[in-house]
Design a protein around this ligand. Sequence first.
Ligand SMILES: Nc1nc2c(c(=O)[nH]1)N[C@H]1C(S)=C(S)[C@@H](COP(=O)(O)OP(=O)(O)OC[C@H]3O[C@@H](n4cnc5c(=O)[nH]c(N)nc54)[C@H](O)[C@@H]3O)O[C@H]1N2
Ligand SMILES: Nc1nc2c(c(=O)[nH]1)N[C@H]1C(S)=C(S)[C@@H](COP(=O)(O)OP(=O)(O)OC[C@H]3O[C@@H](n4cnc5c(=O)[nH]c(N)nc54)[C@H](O)[C@@H]3O)O[C@H]1N2
Ligand code: SF4
Ligand SMILES: [Mo]
Length: 701
Amino acid sequence: MMKHEKTVRTTCPFCGVGCQLDLSIDQGRIVSVSAPENAAPNFGRLCAKGRFGTDYVHHPSRIRTPLIRKNLDSGKRTPVGMEGFREASWDEALDLAAERLSLAVKTQGADSIGTFCSAKATNEDTYIFQKFVRGILKTNNIDHCARLCHAASVAGLQKAIGSSAMSNAIAEMKNLDVFIVTGSNTTETHPVISTFLKEAVVKNGAKLIVIDPRKIELSGFAALHLQHRPGTDVAVYQAMANVVVTEELENRSFIDRRTENFEMYRKSLEGFTPELAESITGVKAVLIREAARMYAEAERAAVYWGMGISQSVHGTDNTLSIANLALLCGHLGKPGTGLNPLRGQNNVQGCSDSGGLPGIFPGYQSVADAEIQKKFEEKWNVTGLSKTAGLTVLEMSDAAGKGDIDTYLIMGENPMMSEPDLNTARKHFEQLKTIIIVDIFLNESGAYGDIILPAVPFAEKDGTFTNSDRRVQLIRKAVPSPGEAQTDWRIIQDLALRVEKKLGLPPSGGFAFQSASEVWDEMSGLVPAFGGISHQRIDREGGVHWPCPDPAHPGTPYLFADSFPRGRGLFTVLDCRLESERTSSAYPYLLSTGRVLYHWHGGTMTRRSVLDKIYPESVVEMNPLDAEAEGYEEGQRVSVSSRRGTIISRIKITERSPMGVVFMPIHFAESPVNELTKDLRDPEAKIPDFKQSAVRIAAAG
Ligand SMILES: Nc1nc2c(c(=O)[nH]1)N[C@H]1C(S)=C(S)[C@@H](COP(=O)(O)OP(=O)(O)OC[C@H]3O[C@@H](n4cnc5c(=O)[nH]c(N)nc54)[C@H](O)[C@@H]3O)O[C@H]1N2
Ligand SMILES: Nc1nc2c(c(=O)[nH]1)N[C@H]1C(S)=C(S)[C@@H](COP(=O)(O)OP(=O)(O)OC[C@H]3O[C@@H](n4cnc5c(=O)[nH]c(N)nc54)[C@H](O)[C@@H]3O)O[C@H]1N2
Ligand code: SF4
Ligand SMILES: [Mo]
């Protein structure tokens, strides 16, 4: 074993599994990464990103000083590289940012500002960000990538049970009995979780039901794979529920004790036979019956899902159809059961918990509630907090297009890769008067920015991330930062003080924190579910699952043992809505977009990692029969066009794609799939339909 200066225990910066990492540090650099055998949630396991992908931290293109656009305010906003910016001091850049923000507040009103916080940053970063946006700027226009992610899971689960976090813990997975994985390509997106799921099947004989249009790796471990047409989930789940009630497999005592609206729901299922579902979904009725029996008859059964369920124009209904089924069978409130949306980003759970959403203070406390508002005004020593819920990510883009918003503050997001229908999104972006960016790299969105403030990533700061099963875990500063880069919350704190002054507000004294631990303590004093969690406790014991109301409380690995936050679980009557973009003779393929193991979203981090050598370019996954009919060969260059744009990629022939459906990863700026996607939104969750766009494919030179 090589000798290193030190080893630092921290949390992986990529996905919501929240693996614990031991970083070996030599001469201020991460030289290798391993996983502690004895620490939850990963117990010695890591995927390629955690093991090899953290080298992005040391990439030479890290932003080292604040930057200001050279041709500031010169008319049309165009994207520029580093050469389009000049270096500035922190004082100059922060003063300019504060000047722009306070001018916007004074002349246009606070709601002319739109802000994006980050599921990559820490809970403490988010807390200070939203405290600044709400307490000083006085707008609730704050949102983050959760809107493009589990928004529909959140909307559906809030309605059904009143809570949207993953209900059960990762530690329960090895002991599952029956479980459904749907719309989650778990082996590539939550790889360490997938190893526990596979172990449940291989070692414990658990039965897995995969419900996914594509043949994913877990299909090979499944007792049943229901390969339905994209966008037809409600039909699958309603038909499963129909079988459960027809065959009287429902859990009567659970329904009586813990739910409401059952009779209406039962009646609504009458027409939803597996035969009807077969005609809509393409899945044989006999398979739907088998899946329904397997799930209902299990002693304990869990559902895990991802973006295939949520990112749909009827994502809320998809979620409700799954929640209905779980309530019907009583598979909630015990280990090895539950409704489990697998959270994506390292800290997307925490970013929502810490108030990074337009309608809530930290801890899901409504901005519209006068009592709660008073509590926050007193603690923050400010007055006049806005009671109106702010705009969501895509509503802010709409408002920018209309001129209602003309200033953006973006911390650790990349909307110019991640938003749907980029052609339109870009036009809105270009119209903004001021764009202030806080990031570690100059990404595709930063290229449009005016003021760039250099932040630091996980390995250069202290704080907490909250993983998918609500476990609050520490990150620890392990290496020095390049140049003058600073921790996000310190940057925002300094900006807040300057804006406070420029607006002539009385000093609140609320931006004088000295450490991340102090920031956490202020937040935990305001959020009852965090009351028993502190940095010191996590340092001693390892991560703690919220809710954890006091220091003597052990934390809560699984929820809803006795009741739901809304009281009884609510059955919802659903229609099977199928609207989305249809294929046609001009656009004959359905494009599904998503992820591959080695890359992260817009690629800002992983394209700057050794991982890029393993998976260097975009592909279009196509079924062998489709490729043969079109005469395409493996690796052939093709253009892919939708009604909104055209991009270039290469054919990858694979049975993962069913006939008529092609899949493309979202990670490549050279082939940005969101040029093709459409901005059609779920009416409740406001999430776009990323999984269904009609495209045509043609040979490219
Ligand atoms: N390597 C890697 N891992 C990641 C990320 C990353 O960028 N790279 N991102 C993280 C984030 S933020 C997230 S949100 C998660 C996402 O994790 P996943 O949801 O697992 O990721 P996707 O690739 O979007 O896969 C969605 C799955 O839905 C299926 N699907 C498509 N349409 C439908 C449908 O109509 N119904 C159903 N039931 N399924 C459908 C697809 O075939 C695919 O298997 O991954 C996280 N982990
Ligand atoms: N077509 C299509 N589009 C999609 C999806 C899809 O499935 N299909 N999925 C959607 C989903 S689920 C998601 S979650 C979004 C993700 O969309 P985004 O959140 O916009 O994407 P990321 O690339 O994760 O952006 C993270 C940014 O944070 C920066 N960063 C990293 N660490 C830090 C830090 O500590 N501080 C700061 N300030 N910055 C940091 C990185 O450099 C990067 O620029 O994309 C959505 N878009
Ligand atoms: S599974 Fe997720 S948290 Fe674990 S090492 Fe891989 S990317 Fe990191
Ligand atoms: Mo996500």
